[in-house]
Design a protein around this ligand. Structure first.
Ligand code: PLP
Length: 387
């Protein structure tokens, strides 16, 4: 079967040497990053301090636009940050936990760093309510029931990092709005691997980062703020980039500028922003709808191969509720993952998940078959060795 997305393979040097099935952790580096990094060094070397005015100051807005186009965000609604935890902190710094409406609702499958952050807001008055899950999916009804008129904010993952379960974001946002609460949708595992439309979902905030499915490397996360909210909110986590006249260096208090700089604070991570752009451009060219179609086909193939071997799967079976990863808990899964990596088949292992296989648009179907055949061989060898 012809696979038009494979035309992008030559853009990723590591695919020549490895079976790269770990885009849920770190997407492959596009060849274009070499030029982007050289361009960064050349600009600094030749333009010196003028680089700020000529390129660097606007780079944050530009990368925000490029990311925004992937999620149908209106112009100027995306600020860039170093990581998702910081994005959550910027959101929290816009909120007041001292009143009756101080409840924070999420499930126990949220990304740990996000939970650590919101838990740590208890001294400010936040009451965290954690909905229990079965370790794979989220009981949507329980989550919806927990969102009540004392709920201030619902910071949830769109796709769960451990099981790739796709939360019912539309239902959660609808319920939150009905009772007057905000939603922060963490799209780390959705943007780049499945279509996302922040306006259609009507989410208040969205966060995510570029290093996994967007092949953008470490150091760039993004925060979408709904434009009507963006005009009103006043982040306490702020700094000179958020000032209406940053280069006047006026004494405090701050006079907030408009989005997206309104939600930024201090000096930006320019090298990471430069490195992020080639990956975002390739994902845009490949088309997220095409990527999703292929991902569904390849994750179904992984599920079928795991079933054939009788291995336990910690990922939803329904393709409509499954993101880009299949977590397979075969016997001795941690040792199996180490041996796969030794054989240049790159995957990872997580407790309560097993081996996470995450094919992306640049993977061939044969690479999935090769990886599973390697697991079968490793398990056979281990059985023989233990006799
Ligand atoms: C859902 C989700 N959110 C956030 C993160 C990372 O957070 P941070 O950017 O703060 O390191 C990850 C990383 O795996 C994730 O899976």
């Amino acid at each position: 079967m012809s696979d038009p997305l494979l035309r992008f393979r030559p853009e990723f040097p590591i695919l020549e040497r490895t079976n790269y099935l770990i885009s849920n952790s770190l997407g492959a580096m596009p060849r274009g990053v070499y030029d982007a990094m050289k361009g960064y060094a050349d600009t600094w070397a030749t333009r010196g301090v003028r680089a700020w005015e000529e390129r660097w100051w606007m780079l944050a807005a530009q990368v925000g636009e490029e990311l925004g186009a992937l999620m149908n965000a209106p112009k100027g609604s995306i600020s860039v940050h170093q990581n998702v935890t910081t994005c959550q902190a910027v959101v929290a710094s816009c909120l007041d936990f001292s009143g009756k409406r101080n409840k924070v609702v999420y499930s126990d499958m949220n990304f740990p760093s996000v939970m650590y952050f919101w838990e740590a807001q208890r001294p400010l008055g936040a009451r965290v309510h954690t909905v229990k899950t079965d370790g794979i999916g989220v009981p949507t009804e329980d989550l919806l029931d927990a969102i009540d008129d004392q709920t201030l904010i619902v910071p949830i993952s769109h796709v769960l990092f451990r099981s790739a379960y796709i939360n019912d974001a539309a239902a959660i946002i609808e319920k939150a709005h009905k009772v007057g609460a905000y939603v922060v949708l963490d799209t780390y595992h959705s943007l780049g691997t499945m279509p996302l439309d922040v306006q259609k979902l009507n989410t208040d905030f969205a966060t995510g980062g570029v290093l996994k499915w967007l092949c953008g490397g470490p150091g760039v996360a993004f925060l979408y703020v709904r434009p009507d909210l963006g005009k009103k909110l006043q982040p306490r986590l702020t700094g000179w980039h958020a000032h209406e006249r940053p280069f006047n260096f006026e004494a405090a208090p701050i006079q907030y500028t408009d989005s997206p700089y309104r939600f930024m604070n201090g000096t930006l991570h320019i090298p990471s922003l430069e490195a992020a752009r080639p990956g975002i451009a390739i994902i845009t060219a490949a088309g997220v709808a095409n990527i999703r179609e292929k991902s569904k086909r390849q994750t179904a193939r992984l599920v079928a191969l795991a079933d054939r071997n009788g291995w336990h799967i910690n990922t939803p079976r329904d393709p409509e509720r499954r993101g880009g990863t299949v977590s397979i808990d075969m016997p001795d899964s941690q040792a199996v993952s180490q041996e796969l990596i030794r054989r240049e088949i790159l995957v990872d292992w997580r407790p309560q998940a097993g081996v996470r296989f995450s094919p992306h648009f640049y993977n061939k179907d044969e690479e999935i078959d090769t990886a599973i055949a390697a697991v079968e061989e490793i398990l056979k060898e281990r059985t023989v060795a233990s006799r």
